[in-house]
Design a protein around this ligand. Sequence first.
Ligand code: K1U
Ligand code: ZN
Length: 166
Amino acid sequence: MAILEILNYPDPRLHTVAKPVKEVDTHIRRLIKDMAETMYAAPGIGLAATQVNQHIQLIVIDTSETKDQLLVLINPKIIARSGSQDYEEGCLSVPGIYESVTRAEKITVQALDANGTQFTLDADGLLSVCIQHEMDHLLGKVFVEYLSPLKRNRIKTKMVKLQRDR
Ligand code: K1U
Ligand code: ZN
């Protein structure tokens, strides 16, 4: 397995729209393992392929306390949503920044698992927030884009300085 490099905001590659996965083959299963290892090592509770510069519709998530409940979503689609919730979100591509974002409270998502088998999942709370956050990554959207232009520009300037001074 391997730890992959995570792109940092405002890297323009984070705005790439991901393509559907055509076949869940050995290459995809290898990437799932590497993304899971990268997410656990960060540490984080989710990671989208976009963040490791792979522009395909693949997400890994583990919101469990024990970090042993890996959820793999390939070609995810939200088929129902209801309610609204505010949550203080973070992002491995925007390290050190936590801001409140409003999203749907409950969602139903349809996706393929690591075996290429379709499944349907009802999610609420943190899992719902995390799935929506990661699906935004696949659309080329970073959570700071929900913030005011003033806040977003302050974060952008901070990130550019951090990367310059590294
Ligand atoms: O997409 C990402 O960059 C991962 C992100 C997922 C996320 C967190 C919170 C709300 C929405 C989406 C993270 O994992 S940020 C790090 C984080 O939340 C965390 C890190 C260690 C322990 C617990 C949480
Ligand atoms: Zn993120």
